[in-house]
Design a protein around this ligand. Sequence first.
Ligand code: MG
Length: 260
Amino acid sequence: MSGDISSGLASAIRQLARSERLLVALDFDGTLAPLVDRPEDARALPEARDAVERLAALPETRVAFISGRAMASLLEVAAPPASALLSGSHGVETRLDAEPGVELTEQERAGVLRLREILEGVAAEHPGTWVEVKPAGFALHSRGVAADVAASANASAHERVVAELPDTTERHGSNVLEFSVRSTTKGDAVRMLREFSRATAVLFAGDDVTDEDGFRALGDGDLSLKCGGGDTSAEFRVEDPSGVARVLALLAEERATQYS
Ligand SMILES: [Mg+2]
């Protein structure tokens, strides 16, 4: 059963399933897991989890999670299969078949310290906003905060960071503004994981603005899947995480037939 999967998408999934070595790269929040107010409460839909585990168990098939979350936080909420390749903090942190980690240069460390002071100052002036520590930077969260307060916090953070630390990378997500002293993107993560897994085709699914870098890193024979509304350069779209779960279930089913 393909549920509400369009015939174009279903045929792209069938084609993808026949590729020699497949990489299934997935954003977590808003893609496998519905968005929630408290980031620590996010969990993948059971049907998404089930499809991910079936894909991870198939031959010549690697599952990767590519998230903006710090690695520790991703491991906590996503509980990925042991064989999953992981990319956290928008590609700053990686777990391949080895230990995760990121080493900052002295200059990057100095930038991180100043960045923290700036953002904690902004958060203190805008009640309800809070700063999350990331390995090479920070995220300013404004979920649940009045729109005008959030906008003012974001504008203030942007101005101060640009003035003092012009080389900082800024990323806009839903109710979050992130600053990093290292300029990796989800596109870098997709390229690195493609190379690492020697994949002959890649699926990347995501819901947010930062996932667009991942979509743009895809090419012929790959499949880009946007979850939810908003502009996108992805080729296909589903409405919500249960749509993503249906796509993954169909992919697992089609790919399993290659090896039965
Ligand atoms: Mg997301």
